[in-house]
Design a protein around this ligand. Structure first.
Ligand code: CAA
Length: 500
């Protein structure tokens, strides 16, 4: 049984509110980006070196936003042995809209039916890739508020990122995360330390409700991402200085890791360089030549003039190379192999970072996170990792539960670019079709994956779950035994059915 401390111990203001457990789901099929370069007829290296992507996960017509979220939520609950009756708030962040009224959250309530718990606050939140962060902030705020009833909150973020054929298609992906939120967390959200930047812009949006594809102004979207990063970092730094006046001024030296929303990995490397450029501009004049040797010539540059300044970009990518390797690259494990997951992207980065570390190396670390959703909404916030490194601690369980990420990524099935393109065409042609019976393979899905079985003439969607055989529970969890017993007794008839 995971060692989440009982909420009944709680008296007064809840302490150390944050993420207790974290689950990631990505599709079982992927296309290789090098093969995609050849298939698309672009120059060799454009997707792999230019964008920094190696593989891209995608879904057949068997998966939609409801099924992705059903999969990741049931996995979180099973692997951590948390009963559905213990959840008082469930928030979903997504930009994958299949119904203009009925929320994904309402679909997830089917998993609660057996527990009899319908007293669950929260609903869907949408603004491009930012919905997951908004959902997390809502969940944290609920636990810290007078409305909190002592139960856990859960945040689910999921998306299917697909683009029309062309330059943006290799920046697609798909996946979902689920996070258990409560007090005494191993990943503690730092209080009073969030820097946000929100404004009106048309960089990426989805005005055509009959299509899964967004309308994208690629270059503008990059400029918006970088300008939001500058603004959030400045606000975050200002608040950090106000909160801890005796601490050194905020800079990359003050954090142990920086995790970014990742539309493609190359932009993240440029973003870390961008933060280094911010630090350089904030650096007292008498320290510049020591801390930034050879970079004095850039001292007169202005943030607003340099989004596409190649000289600044190159100089600070070189200067921050070591910082990138140590503080950010470990967070790109899922992003480079799955692609942009939209709302879960940032939290897939957090999971990747944890999976590359040990309990001892994580304890006490401070992680800065940057969330960006086009349109635009962005926030930088920070997490402190707890110091509780005991073998049964929540931190140990969290780390153990994410150790299998590389193995899970490797166990996916590679699909050729022509078959990938055909699947995209199938999704495009059958999007919103009713009645409809999906044709994608069920056998290729990971065990424990929820999938669409039918859309009826009234657009009601029905789902089933592939038996759980082979899915390990989080080490140390009582669910290990339960799942092994379940695996042994599961038959085709015992497959769960859901109807919405
Ligand atoms: N070898 C190595 N590198 C190569 C190469 C080759 N053979 N050919 C090209 N490249 C490099 C280019 O030089 C370029 O790198 P730099 O910018 O560092 O110079 C990179 O590969 C990409 O090439 P292009 O600039 O020519 O690419 P493009 O214009 O055809 O498309 C894109 C790139 C605009 C990102 C496009 O994929 C797109 O629109 N994607 C979707 C939008 C997006 O992801 N925006 C990111 C910010 S918005 C956001 O974060 C929200 C979200 O999740 C969507």
């Amino acid at each position: 049984m995971p060692s989440f401390r009982s909420n009944s111990e709680q008296t007064g203001w809840p302490q150390d509110v944050g993420i207790l457990a974290l689950e990631v789901y990505f599709p079982a099929e992927y296309v290789d980006q090098e093969e995609l370069e050849a298939f698309d007829g672009v120059s060799k290296g454009k997707y792999t070196i230019g964008l920094g992507q190696t593989r891209m996960g995608f879904c057949s017509d068997r998966e939609d936003i409801n099924s992705l979220c059903l999969t990741v939520l049931s996995r979180l609950m099973d692997r951590n042995s948390v009963g559905y009756e213990n959840i008082g708030r469930l928030e979903v962040g997504t930009e994958t809209i299949i119904d203009k009224s009925k929320s994904v959250k309402s679909c997830l309530m089917q998993l609660f039916e057996e527990s009899g718990n319908t007293d669950v606050e929260g609903i869907d939140t949408t603004n491009a890739c930012y919905g997951g962060t908004s959902a997390l902030i809502n969940a944290i705020n609920w636990v810290e508020s007078s409305s909190w009833d002592g139960r856990y909150a859960v945040v689910v973020a999921g998306d299917i990122a697909v683009y029309a054929t062309g330059a943006a298609r290799p920046t697609g992906g798909a996946g979902a995360v689920a996070m258990l939120v409560g007090p005494h967390a191993p990943l503690i959200m730092e209080r009073g330390l969030r820097g946000s930047h929100m404004c009106h812009v048309y960089d990426f949006y989805k005005p055509d409700l009959s299509s899964e594809y967004p309308t994208v102004d690629g270059k503008l979207s990059i400029q918006c991402y970088l300008s939001a990063l500058d603004a959030c970092y400045q606000t975050f730094s200002r608040k950090a200085a106000a909160k801890e006046p005796s601490s050194p001024a905020m800079s990359l030296e003050e954090v142990d890791a920086v995790v970014f929303h990742t539309p493609f990995c190359k932009l993240v490397q440029k973003s870390l360089a961008r933060l280094s450029f911010n630090d350089f501009l904030n650096c007292p004049a008498d320290q510049v030549s020591t801390l930034y040797p050879g970079l004095d010539a850039f001292r007169e540059k202005k943030l607003v003039d340099t989004y596409f300044d190649r000289d600044v970009e190159k100089a600070f990518m070189t200067h921050s190379q070591e910082l990138f390797l140590s503080k950010t690259k470990p967070s790109l494990l899922i992003a480079t192999q799955v692609g942009n997951m939209y709302t879960p992207s940032l939290y897939g980065g957090l999971a990747s970072f944890i999976s590359c570390n040990t309990v001892a190396s994580l304890a006490g670390k401070r992680v800065a996170l940057f969330s960006y959703g086009s349109g635009l909404a962005a926030t930088m916030f920070s997490i402190r990792v707890s110091q509780d490194v005991g073998p049964d601690s929540a931190l140990s369980n969290l780390v153990a539960s994410l150790q299998d990420l590389p193995q899970r990524l490797d166990s996916r099935c590679k699909v050729s670019p022509p078959d990938f393109a055909e699947t995209m065409k199938l999704r495009q042609d059958t999007h919103h079709k009713a009645p409809y019976s999906p044709v994608g393979s069920v056998d290729r899905l990971f065990p424990g994956t929820w999938y669409l079985t039918r859309v009826d003439e009234m657009h009601r969607r029905q789902y089933e779950c592939r038996p759980l055989v082979g899915i390990p529970a989080a080490p140390g969890s009582a669910a290990t035994t339960v799942l092994m017993k379940e695996a042994a007794s599961l038959t085709a008839e015992s497959t769960q059915r859901l109807h919405v």
